[in-house]
Write a protein that binds this ligand. Structure first.
Ligand SMILES: [Zn+2]
Ligand SMILES: [Zn+2]
Length: 344
């Protein structure tokens, strides 16, 4: 089968790989029909994540169950399914508390030996361990490209909002309007937050956030702190979401949040960063972080996608054949696309 593999920084290749086989009774094998390229794939592409040359990458997927072990009870052969970007055991300390994203045995698709040595899903077939937890049936009528969002990007947007405890009527600022930020805007609006203030410096992304119901604010051509003051009786927002993963965004989020408000840093951090802890302390902020608990959220997210309450369709900027993955990565790296869907 064909698979997209990491070779070296800024180089991926489409290579022949052996077909996966069922190894455990709760494994499934999925014939991939669509796989997305994600911002975290770019960390791999740039060589910031340690991964062996020749390893299959990708972690967003929709497809059909081609085979399932006898322990797989929640999906069966022939079912159209979507996957979450990582697996969880369901029985460890963290899983029993619902913190599937911190499972002791979690394995992330397409992230090399460090994150569980699980080959990725930008391929014709993928082995899916813990299929009862990792896979969901795609609701009737939902397209591949929309379902694809449930197991990662929209799940992360959902987590950004729900983990921050957003209530109807809360004011929310979203910093960074990449796919996760734009999804967070949709979830915040759907959760009844108002106003939702969306901050970025790319006009097309600001326009999309405006269409999703946000007040769009240009990071440098406007003054986000002044706009937030004007819209919140000078208090600051109840919740500020850093969907960038850069200390400048985190610093602005801390400044935009009101006293006793919440900041959720959902963007990816790898290195140590400076945080103005004095400001966090004096404002009595709650600071949350970490990647999303997508397995915990996926059923709610699917329900909202099926109802049309959330609709990431405008984020899909390109469909490309799997064989064009090298070109797709170059395009995505140039920030010329929000979401590229690869089809084998
Ligand atoms: Zn991802
Ligand atoms: Zn677990």
């Amino acid at each position: 089968m064909r698979a997209v593999t990491f070779q070296a920084p800024n180089e991926v290749r489409v290579e022949e790989r052996p077909e996966p086989e069922l190894l455990a009774s709760d494994d499934a094998i999925v014939r991939i029909e669509a796989s997305g390229i994600c911002g975290s794939d770019l960390h791999i592409y740039h060589g910031r994540v340690q991964i062996a040359p020749g390893f299959t990458i990708g972690h967003e997927f929709v497809g059909t169950v081609a085979a399932a072990g006898e322990g797989v009870t929640r999906v069966s052969e022939g079912d159209r399914v979507l996957g979450c970007f990582h697996t969880a055991c369901g029985t460890c300390f963290f899983c029993l508390r619902g913190d599937y994203h911190k499972c002791d045995e979690m394995r992330t698709f397409g992230h090399g030996a460090v994150l569980g040595n699980l080959p990725g899903t930008q391929a014709e077939l993928a082995l899916v361990p813990r299929a009862n937890l990792t896979l969901r049936r795609v609701p009737e009528g939902l397209s591949d490209e929309v379902a694809l969002f449930a197991g990662d990007v929209m799940g992360t947007g959902f987590h950004a909002v729900s983990a921050a405890g957003v209530q109807p009527g809360d004011s929310v600022a979203v910093l960074g309007l990449g796919p996760v930020g734009l999804c967070a805007v949709q979830v915040a609006v759907a959760a009844g937050a108002s106003p939702v203030i969306a901050i970025d410096s790319v006009p097309a992304r600001l326009e999309m956030a405006r269409r999703f119901g946000a007040v769009a604010v240009h990071l440098t051509e406007e003054q986000p702190r002044e706009v937030v003051k004007d819209l919140t009786a000078k208090r600051g927002v109840d919740v500020a979401i850093d969907a960038v993963g850069h200390p400048d965004a985190l610093d602005l989020a801390i400044r935009l949040a009101r006293k006793a408000g919440t900041v959720n840093a959902i963007g990816v951090y790898i290195e140590p960063q400076k945080v103005h802890m004095g400001l966090v302390w004096i404002k009595a902020l709650t600071l949350k972080s970490g990647h999303a608990n997508v397995i915990g959220h996926v059923d709610r997210v699917l329900g909202m996608l099926a109802a049309g309450t959330l609709d990431p369709t405008p984020l899909v900027s390109a469909h490309m054949p799997l064989d064009d993955a090298p070109e797709a990565y170059r395009l995505y790296d140039r920030r010329e696309a929000l979401k590229i869907v690869l089809t084998p």
